[in-house]
Ligand binder design. Structure first.
Ligand code: ZN
Length: 150
């Protein structure tokens, strides 16, 4: 199975009600509440919004050939970035078995030179960024080299 088919199947399984997203609430415009899909009367609206959000994540899925972050091993096929909350929780395990690593799109960025992944959100107290921002672009430590350090 290709990556594209796996993602499509995951979205379809949720829309048909076979699998639930990990964590997703639909916003109900003008009604001031969120819809978690549990009430029968707003189930259709919930599924419609969920489908839209999940398809949007699939279309904007990020990819990196590897990590430029210390402590991360080279993935077999690459790193995928998304908001995984809108997919079934089993999806990450399936993708990992296919040789991909799954990361959160709001915690990582790509180096503008080598296109490998760097973490932009701290992973713990001792974390330090392994990249620099230069004129609006992100450059990983491997690309800027240690001699360039201030
Ligand atoms: Zn780089």
């Amino acid at each position: 199975m290709t990556l594209e088919r796996v993602l499509k199947a995951a979205v379809n399984a949720m829309i048909r009600g076979h699998h639930s997203p990990y964590c997703y609430s639909a916003h109900v415009p003008g009604k001031g509440y969120v819809n978690d899909g549990s009430a029968g009367f707003d189930r259709a609206d919930y599924l419609k919004q969920l489908e839209w959000s999940a398809r949007c994540e699939v279309d904007n899925l990020g990819f990196a050939p590897g990590y430029a972050e210390p402590g991360y091993a080279k993935p077999k096929r690459g790193v995928l970035f998304a908001n995984w909350n809108v997919f079934p929780d089993k999806l990450q395990g399936i993708l990992e078995r296919m040789g991909y690593e799954c990361e959160w799109s709001d915690e990582w960025a790509l180096c503008d030179e080598c296109e490998k992944a760097v973490r932009t959100e701290p992973s713990g107290y001792f974390w330090e960024p392994a990249f620099k921002e230069k004129e609006g672009s992100i450059v990983c430590r491997e690309c800027y080299g240690d001699d360039d350090d201030e």
